[in-house]
Design a protein around this ligand. Structure first.
Ligand SMILES: [Zn+2]
Ligand SMILES: [Zn+2]
Length: 313
């Protein structure tokens, strides 16, 4: 099945303190560390480099989402935690694919279930907004103690226009109201200020990945989707830490795929030598040069100077 790798991403200019990224790896203690290192470069800011030769087709590493959420079209067909397809029989019941997903989601799910989301959901669905759901999930995770409120601070934020900020204020009020009406104690949502909301959304805008599963389950999933207003062709959206540090190239040497859930698999597209920078393509690489430049500039705020673009390809 065709896979559309990621869509949204970011570009680093600022320097951030480097901290441990290993929380985003789904490796176990028995697996070797992934053959990469993240370093700051003068030309492109933060970048990911190979620490040993990697063969074409090899899995470089896997990353679990820091936060993810099903799209509106797969709301009752995908696991609310990992986005794997739910068995048809389960579409009206518990929205988790397994006991494991149910257990690990208990904290934020219990918080979410305390509030009434009708106004917030309607507002976002009618406008086709998907990122506010990632913020809602993150807020529930922070309230339940599953995440820190500064979890995404290390990611580069998008530049926002005053109009964008104005629109975000409405979503923010609906989100905040849902929690205050649910009688969540003030001290638990003290972090949830307008500025916090806008800062998080600015990061999600250019760092969220749009997930399409390659495991052959997605068509089933869409077929069972209930009330899919605009049948968005994605199972959901997610934000990762480490995968966000890969820079863009229109002729990339690595790509991201999702097989049957939101765990991202970074794979080599060709043989990579030790020390080479690993890059992925943020957009559809089959587009022509002008279309690519336009998308990258509008969506990510940079001009691509990869060798393909420099050669006019
Ligand atoms: Zn699951
Ligand atoms: Zn390019």
């Amino acid at each position: 099945m065709a896979v559309t790798p990621l869509l949204s991403r970011r570009f680093f200019k600022k320097q951030f303190p480097l901290f441990s990224f290993y929380s985003s790896f789904s490796t176990t203690t028995s697996s070797p560390p992934p053959p990469i290192r993240v370093a700051l470069t003068e030309s492109v800011g933060r970048a990911v480099f190979a620490t040993r030769p990697i063969a074409s087709g090899d899995l470089i590493h896997t990353a679990t989402p820091t936060v993810c959420h099903p799209s509106s079209s797969s709301a009752r067909a995908a696991c609310y935690s990992c986005l794997a397809a739910l068995p048809h029989s389960q579409s009206q019941g518990i929205p988790f694919c397994s006991q494991r997903c149910h257990q690990r989601s208990k904290g934020y799910y219990d918080v979410e279930m305390k509030a009434n989301w009708v106004a917030f959901n309607d507002y976002c669905w009618t406008r086709g907004l998907k990122y506010p759901f990632l913020v809602k999930r993150l807020v529930c995770m922070v309230i339940s103690g599953d995440a820190r409120s500064d979890t995404l601070d290390i990611l580069q934020p998008a530049n926002l226009t005053p109009e964008m900020v104005l629109k975000m204020e409405e979503e923010f009020l609906l989100l905040r109201n849902a929690f205050t009406k649910a009688l969540i104690a003030d001290e638990h949502i003290a972090f949830l200020t307008k500025q916090w909301y806008i800062n998080i959304l600015a990061r999600i805008r250019i760092n969220a990945f749009r997930i399409e599963l390659a495991g052959g389950l997605y068509e089933d999933l869409l077929a069972s989707a209930v009330a899919s207003v605009e049948a968005e062709a994605a199972v959901g959206n997610a934000v990762y830490l480490l995968p966000s540090f890969y820079n863009h190239d229109c002729d990339p040497n690595a790509h991201i795929i999702w097989i049957d859930n939101a765990d991202a698999k970074l794979k080599a597209l060709r043989d990579i030598v030790e020390g080479e920078e690993l890059r992925i393509c943020y957009i559809d690489a089959s587009l022509d040069r002008n279309a690519r430049q336009e998308l990258l500039s509008r969506g990510f705020g940079f001009q691509c100077n990869c060798s393909r673009c420099l050669h006019g390809d």
